[in-house]
Design a protein around this ligand. Structure first.
Ligand code: AHR
Length: 638
C-alpha cells in the first residue's frame, strides 16, 4: 500500500510544549469509548471467526454446482442434488459415489494433538460405512481419521471425532474427505468439522481470533452491521429469527458482500461472543431501508418490522417468561443479556427519499415505550432528523458518525469534536478508519488487506480527538474488523485483524487501538499544547503533533498520548502542574516506517514496545521517534 506520509513537506518549529493542569479534574472519560464493530464481510465469520471448517457445508453456495467440493479420487463421482436434503431449510445435498472432499476456507488447518468434531447429515440407497479423514490434497498423507459405521436410508445426523497425533504436522494444506463406498449412492449435507473453540463452546469461535479481540478489551460489540444488517434487497437483510436454533433449521442468506452466509453465526452466537469478551451488545435493528435503495413506507408497511425489532430486543433481554426470552432459554441461554443501546438502521443518509426521520420515529417511539432505559442511536444527524420534523423529545441519545479517510484527513479530524455542543445527543463514531488508498471496495486484491503504520498514525491522531472529547463522544469502533487475507477473501481493502486458516495477526491500527484502550484513565487531564510544528502538503497544513491525556483517579497514573506523524524524531517538553510526578514511569511506543504492515509471515513487524522512564519530574523532555505513537505513563500525586 502506498503511504503518503513520507511525501509530506514539513516545517519544523517547536519543540512543542505540553502543559498538563492536574489541579483541574477534567471531564469523565466514557467507559464505553472503545468497542468493536462487526459484520459478515471479508469472510469474517464463515472462513473467519466462526469455527466451522467446511465450506459450503449445506450445498447452497452455488445452485448449479457443488462449489468447494470435489470427488475424492478419479473413480469417485459427486453431484449437487437439489431434490433432497436434511430439512426444509436445507433442501440440497451432495450425491456421492466413492467419496467427496471439501477444500475448506483456503485449506483446513491441521495442528498436533487436536480434536476435531465431525458431524454430517446423510442417507444412502444401501447401508454402508463412511470413512472420514483429514488429509493432504493428494491424499498421500492422512492427519486424522474416524469411521461412521453405517449410514441408513433416511436422513439422519451422524457424528465422529478425529484426533491428530501429538507428533503430527501443522499445516493448512489439507482437505476433509468422506469416503462413502463405490457400490452405492450416499447423499451428504450439513457436513461440519469443528476444531476446539474459544471457551469450548459448541458451534463456537476460533480461539486465536477471539484472543486478539479479547485483548482489545472492547466495551461493546456493534452488530450485525453495517451493510450486512440491511442486505441488498429486503430478502437479504439480517434474518435474525432464521439464525436461531439447530443448524439444520437455519437456511442461511446472501450477504451484500457477494457470498452466502451460513448463519452459523446467528443472533445467539453474536450475544455469546459478547459474553466471552465481557463486552455489551450494541444491537442494530433493520429499519426498512436496503442497499438497492429500496425503502419501506413509514406507517403500516413498516409496522411488522418494528414488531420484529421489539421481538429481537426481547430475545436479547427478556426473561424466560417472555415469548422471545423463552425462545432464547430453549436455545440454551436462559440468562438475559445486558443491552445498553439499540441502533435504528445503518447509514440511512443514503436513503434518497429522506424517509429516515419518519421511520426512525416509528421505531424509536415503539422501543422507547417498551424499553425506556435503552439508549437509542440514530444513523443520521440531528439536523437531518429535525428537518424531518422530529420532536425534541424524540431525539436520539447518540448519533452514529462514520469516517473513512486518508490518514491526512483523519489527522485533520482530530479536532472534529472540539466544538460539538454539549447539550445535544452524544456521538457514537460507529465506523472509522484511516485508509491511504482510494475506494477501499475496488480492486481489493491489489490493496491491503490490513492497515500500515502510516494509517495507524492517522488513526491515533483521530483517537486523541475522541479521547479529549469523551464527554461528548461516548462510543467508537473501527471498521471493518476482520479479513481473510487469501486472494478472493476480501471485499474491503483495509481492515484491523488479518488471518488465514491457520494464523492471525493484528495490524498496526490494532496495536494503536489496544494501546489507547489499555492506557485510559477515568477523567481527562486538561492540557495546553504550544509551539507545535506544522506539516504541510501543498497549500494545506496541519499540526504535526497530536495529544490527549487522561488520569486514573484511583492510582493517580496519568496517560499522555503523543502522535508524531513526521518522518523524523521530535522533542516535546512536558510540564505537569497541580501534582507531583514520581521519578519513575514508563512509555509504550509504536514506530517504524510508515509503509510497514504486519502479515502472516511477520505478524509483529509493527508492535508496541514498553520501556522504563527515569528521572521524571514536573518538567521533562521526551523524544518521540519518527512516525510514532507514544504513551507516557506518569505516576502522579495531587
Ligand atoms: O465497513 C464497510 C461498510 O462501510 C459498512 O458495511 C457500511 O456501513 C459502510 O458503508
Amino acid at each position: 500500500m502506498l503511504s503518503l506520509l513520507p511525501l509530506l513537506l514539513f516545517a519544523q518549529a517547536g519543540p512543542a510544549t505540553l502543559t498538563l493542569d492536574l489541579s483541574n479534574p477534567g471531564v469523565p472519560v466514557s467507559p464505553s469509548l472503545y468497542g468493536i464493530m462487526t459484520e459478515e464481510i471479508n469472510y469474517s465469520y464463515d472462513g473467519g471467526l466462526y469455527g466451522e471448517l467446511v465450506r459450503n457445508r449445506a450445498l447452497k453456495d452455488n445452485f448449479r454446482q457443488p462449489a468447494h467440493w470435489s470427488a475424492s479420487s478419479p473413480d469417485a463421482t459427486i453431484e449437487l442434488d437439489r431434490t433432497t436434503g436434511p430439512s426444509a431449510s436445507l433442501p440440497f445435498s451432495l450425491k456421492v459415489r466413492g467419496g467427496a472432499a471439501n477444500e475448506g476456507y483456503w485449506g483446513i488447518p491441521v495442528r498436533p494433538s487436536t480434536k476435531y468434531r465431525l458431524s454430517f447429515w446423510a442417507k444412502a440407497d444401501a447401508p454402508g460405512a463412511v470413512g472420514a479423514s483429514i488429509e493432504s490434497p493428494d491424499g498421500s498423507k492422512v492427519f486424522a481419521r474416524a469411521d461412521v459405521p453405517s449410514v441408513s436410508g433416511n436422513w439422519k445426523k451422524y457424528e465422529a471425532t478425529l484426533v491428530t497425533p501429538a507428533d503430527g504436522t501443522t499445516t493448512k494444506d489439507a482437505r476433509l474427505v468422506l469416503r462413502t463406498g463405490a457400490d452405492r449412492n450416499t447423499w451428504l449435507s450439513l457436513v461440519s468439522l469443528f476444531p476446539p473453540t474459544y471457551n469450548d463452546r459448541p458451534n463456537g469461535n476460533r480461539p486465536d481470533l477471539m484472543q486478539l479481540l479479547v485483548d482489545m478489551h472492547p466495551a461493546f460489540l456493534r452488530f450485525p452491521g453495517g451493510n450486512y444488517l440491511e442486505g441488498n434487497q429486503f430478502k437479504d437483510r439480517f434474518p435474525w429469527k432464521e439464525t436461531l436454533g439447530p443448524l439444520e433449521s437455519r437456511p442461511g442468506h446472501l450477504s451484500p458482500w457477494g457470498y452466502r452466509s451460513s448463519d452459523g453465526m446467528g443472533l445467539l452466537e453474536f450475544l455469546e461472543w459478547c459474553e466471552d469478551m465481557h463486552s455489551k451488545p450494541l444491537l442494530a435493528v433493520f429499519a426498512g431501508y436496503v442497499l438497492d435503495r429500496d425503502v419501506l413506507k413509514p406507517g403500516l408497511e413498516l409496522s411488522g418490522f418494528v414488531q420484529d425489532a421489539l421481538d429481537e430486543i426481547e430475545y436479547v433481554t427478556g426473561g424466560p417468561n417472555t415469548r422471545w426470552g423463552a425462545q432464547r432459554a430453549r436455545d440454551g441461554h436462559p440468562k438475559p443479556f445486558e443491552l445498553q443501546a439499540v441502533e435504528i438502521g445503518n447509514e440511512d443518509a443514503f436513503d434518497a427519499t429522506r424517509s429516515y426521520p419518519a421511520r426512525y420515529s416509528q421505531f424509536r417511539d415503539a422501543i422507547h415505550k417498551q424499553y425506556p432505559h435503552l439508549k437509542i442511536i440514530s444513523t443520521v444527524s440531528v439536523e437531518d432528523l429535525e428537518r424531518g420534523h422530529i420532536r425534541h423529545d424524540q431525539l436520539p441519545d447518540l448519533v452514529d458518525d462514520h469516517y473513512y479517510n486518508t490518514s491526512w484527513e483523519m489527522m485533520r479530524l482530530a479536532t472534529r469534536y472540539d466544538s460539538t455542543p454539549r447539550n445535544g445527543p452524544k456521538v457514537f463514531v460507529g465506523e472509522w478508519a484511516s485508509q491511504d488508498i482510494p475506494a477501499p471496495w475496488a480492486d481489493v486484491d491489489q490493496k491491503g488487506p490490513t492497515s500500515s503504520l502510516g494509517s495507524a498514525i492517522g488513526d491515533a491522531a483521530f483517537l486523541t480527538g475522541l479521547e479529549r472529547n469523551s464527554d461528548v463522544v461516548e462510543m467508537s469502533c473501527y471498521a471493518p474488523l476482520l479479513v481473510n487475507v487469501n486472494p478472493g477473501g476480501r471485499q474491503w481493502a483495509i481492515n484491523l485483524v488479518g488471518y488465514d486458516a491457520l494464523n492471525s495477526f493484528g495490524s498496526p491500527s490494532y496495536y494503536a487501538q489496544k494501546m489507547f484502550r489499555e492506557n485510559l484513565g477515568d477523567r481527562t487531564a486538561p492540557f495546553t499544547l504550544t509551539d507545535v510544528p506544522q506539516q504541510t502538503r501543498g497549500a494545506d497544513s496541519l499540526p504535526a503533533l497530536f495529544a490527549s491525556a487522561t488520569r486514573d483517579s484511583k492510582s493517580g497514573t496519568v496517560f499522555v498520548k503523543l502522535v508524531n506523524p513526521l518522518p523524523q524524531a521530535q522533542t516535546v517538553k512536558v510540564n505537569v502542574r497541580g501534582a507531583a510526578v514520581a521519578p519513575e514511569g514508563s512509555e509504550v511506543t509504536l514506530t517504524g516506517e510508515p509503509s510497514w504492515v504486519n502479515t502472516i509471515a511477520e505478524p509483529k513487524k509493527v508492535a508496541p514496545t514498553t520501556s522504563r522512564l527515569e528521572n521524571l519530574s514536573g518538567s521533562f523532555q521526551q523524544t518521540l521517534p519518527a512516525s510514532s505513537i507514544t504513551i507516557l505513563r506518569l505516576s502522579t500525586k495531587r
